[in-house]
Design a protein around this ligand. Structure first.
Ligand code: ADP
Ligand code: MG
Length: 339
């Protein structure tokens, strides 16, 4: 009979990392969320080989105090949550204190940071969960993170990585979601030293839509707003002529965070009922504002899914707001009147 043993901490970190870090895009997502939480106005992302060789994220946010630097890679260490109750009032993207620990467990990471109030910053490295001593760093205020050789010590994971083009595609999708959710944020993505996206801070949401999906989608947008209320829907939908054969132009955000939701997607489709052929999908960039205690963002390891307290209310609000807007454009299902 095998005896019960507690797992080695390094093994525990790898298991946890497996839940959060699946591929380069997961690293980019976690790093970008941290940069947004730090109040950055500009974020530069550099990749090599689809992010498998190098992911570098440089931000101009609030930085990390040198004394706190060793804590950044410790599991369940966070500056964003102090009590369990905070989980239900959370307004930042992070909160579990797990991302950097996970990334540090499965890659070679260099973290450099300086807070604006300090004359100089500091640097720490983490390789496979092993921390280096802290060294002074002379960079400008903000944070610079380099993640090299993802999964170098995790061959099973590495084997599951796809082609460079596919991994880059996933990163582009992550950057797109973040860029749509954060108008006002200057974002730069480069791959193997070539520019992929440069989104200036001044680009509005329609500008961002044009950048990612083309001017014809932007020119067919209708703004939606359900009006001032604790639960509110804002954003843009597109004319039915922008329909697609998949829901790829449906972007949902709750309280500034991208999420995946069958029910909200269905409500959007229902609003277009009669305007789209079967198998066609509407385009929508929808932003829900919901009081934090009415939405649980903690149900999914990568926070991709959420749970609403009043699911049916959200459903009706989305469907009704969009339907009303389409009616205003005189886009009503045409009755088939025989000639
Ligand atoms: P979480 O975001 O859930 O708190 P992370 O592991 O992602 O956990 O980050 C740990 C901590 O490191 C954060 O709480 C924050 O204090 C600090 N941190 C990480 N990245 C940055 C950054 N880009 N700018 C400032 N602080 C950061
Ligand atoms: Mg985080």
């Amino acid at each position: 009979m095998a005896r019960i043993r507690q797992l080695d901490p390094i093994v525990v970190t790898k298991i946890a990392a497996g839940e959060v870090i699946e591929r380069p895009a997961s690293v980019v997502k976690e790093l970008l969320e941290n940069s947004v939480d730090a109040g950055s106005t500009r974020i530069d992302i550099d990749l090599e080989q689809g992010g498998t060789e190098l992911i570098r994220v440089v931000d101009d946010g609030g930085g990390i105090d040198s004394d706190d630097l060793p804590l950044a890679f410790i599991s369940h260490a966070t500056s964003k949550l102090t009590e369990a109750d905070d989980l239900f009032r959370i307004s930042t993207m992070g909160f579990r204190g797990e991302a950097l620990a996970s990334i540090g467990g499965v890659a070679q990471v260099t973290l450099q940071s300086r807070t604006p109030d300090r004359p100089s910053g500091a640097e720490i490295r983490c390789d496979g969960g092993e921390l280096s001593p802290i060294r002074p760093w002379g960079g400008s205020s903000g944070t610079r993170i380099e993640v090299r050789h993802l999964f170098h010590n995790f061959p099973v994971r590495k084997k599951f990585l796809k082609s460079i083009a596919t991994e880059l595609g996933h990163v582009c999708e992550t950057v797109t979601r973040l860029a749509l959710a954060n108008p006002g944020l200057h974002l730069v993505l480069r791959h193997n030293n070539k520019m992929v996206y440069e989104i200036p801070a001044s680009a509005s949401l329609p500008d961002r839509v044009a950048l990612f999906f083309g001017g014809e989608v932007r020119d067919a947008l209708y703004e939606v707003d359900s009006g001032e209320a604790p639960i509110r829907l804002t954003g843009f939908i597109a004319d039915p002529k922008c329909d697609r054969g998949n829901p790829k132009l449906q972007y949902l955000f709750v309280n500034g965070r991208w999420f995946r939701d069958r029910s909200v997607g269905h409500a959007l489709q229902e609003a277009y009922r009669g305007l789209l052929m079967t198998g066609r999908y509407a385009a929508g960039f929808l932003f829900l504002t919901v009081p934090p205690d009415q939405v649980d963002v903690n149900v999914h390891p990568t926070k991709a899914e959420v749970r609403f307290r009043e699911n049916s209310l959200i459903y009706s609000l989305v469907r009704a707001t969009i339907k009303t807007r389409l009616l205003k454009e005189n886009l009503v299902p045409k009755l088939q009147v025989p000639a």
